[in-house]
Design a protein around this ligand. Structure first.
Ligand code: PLP
Length: 346
């Protein structure tokens, strides 16, 4: 198992005080209103919840101008990501994704025995929608992560509309908007509203800081969402539902956190530029930088200083993904990276 996975499955713990900029988490955690609502909900934890889950879907739907039956809450977005791939791919219907891209969908496609077709990003690190829709005439799912993980780069809405207009018949577009709040890119929810063959994923794990609380949505036509239910239906954690609803109702959370992340990200980019480190300009809470040596070695050397940085994608072996942490965390990242580079240049 890769180091990051071992940690996730509790086979390897982080040392106390570790700088954790390896998993695109939000160091701020849940907002104050979410924390209050979690506390007030604990005593209700003996109940399966349905009413509050429905209210959460209604709250989000009203904010986005959707009908509530187009919004299906899950405990995070990983579940609906897997279920969508399981539902719409097969040994005859491949899964088309970007490279580098978020890998979870590929694993679900493997389980289903579906071919995985990886399409390189364009020169501007957008999804190459022309190549993606042309990749296989029997494609089942075309997965577009916007902004993309790991690059933090965006794909213009007109490209997504192009993909929709030109995709193989019978396929669906799966648009993963886990990081959309950090960027200025246009959401694809308008395509859901227009009843297209599109499922959009949202999560509370990123800007809302609820990765450990677990809440997300699949958003799509009810007949598409129904196909996911075959693979699993589960009660929502009542605390997650309450926290997600409170987070949506606090209108300051997204703009404040978006601004702070952008400030720390641009300060980090200034530092990288001043230190001649090549990076991919990102609009998200993570970015890729070129270490000019095997990225894995740099991850290991940084971990020795208790700074845990993110992963390497096989297609970019000298690049690592860094999560934008707090100012203090990024200062530690900078000093650790300098030491690692000086040591390996010595
Ligand atoms: N989609 C993308 C692009 C991600 O990066 C992640 C997590 O890192 C997820 C989905 C799944 O997150 P969660 O299940 O916490 O919503």
């Amino acid at each position: 198992l890769a180091q990051a996975q071992r940690r996730r499955f509790h086979m390897e713990a982080y040392p106390a005080g570790a700088i954790r900029i390896d998993a695109n988490e939000n160091p701020l955690g849940p907002c104050a209103a979410a924390c209050t609502s979690i506390s007030s909900m604990i005593a209700e934890g003996g109940r399966y919840d349905t009413d509050l889950t429905f209210k959460l879907a209604e709250t989000f739907a009203a904010m986005e101008g959707l009908k509530s039956e187009y919004v299906m809450p899950y405990a995070g977005s990983s579940e609906p990501l897997h279920y969508t791939v399981l539902a719409f791919t097969s040994p005859e219907k491949p899964f088309v994704t970007a490279d580098p891209g978020y890998e979870a969908g590929m694993r679900a496609a493997d389980l289903k025995g579906a071919k995985v077709i990886k399409v390189p990003l364009t020169a501007t690190h957008a999804h190459d929608v022309k190549a993606m829709v042309a990749a296989d005439p029997n494609a089942g799912v075309i997965y577009i992560c916007n902004p993309n993980n790991p690059t933090g780069t965006t794909t213009p809405h007109e490209d997504i509309a192009y993909a929709l207009a030109n995709k193989p018949k019978g396929s669906i577009l799966l648009i993963d908007e886990a990081y959309i709040h950090f960027s200025d890119t246009t959401s694809s929810l308008d395509l859901v509203k227009a009843d297209k063959d599109v499922i959009v994923l949202r999560t509370f794990s990123k800007i809302y800081g609820m990765a450990g609380i677990r809440c997300g949505f699949a958003i799509g036509r009810p007949d598409l969402l129904e196909k996911l239910q075959y693979f699993g239906m589960n009660a929502m954690p009542i605390t997650a539902v309450a926290a997600a609803t409170a987070s949506l109702q606090d209108k300051d959370v997204v703009p404040q956190r978006k601004k702070l992340n952008a400030e720390i990200r641009s300060e980090t980019f200034e530092w990288l530029t001043a230190n001649n480190v090549t990076f991919i300009p990102s609009e998200s809470n993570c970015f890729m930088m070129d270490t000019r040596r095997p990225g894995r070695d740099v991850m290991t050397a940084m971990a020795k200083q208790d700074v845990f940085i993110g992963r390497v994608w096989p297609v970019m072996p000298t690049w690592v993904r860094i999560t934008v942490g707090t100012r203090a965390e990024m200062a530690k990242f900078q000093s650790a990276y300098k030491q690692v580079m000086n040591a390996s240049n010595a």
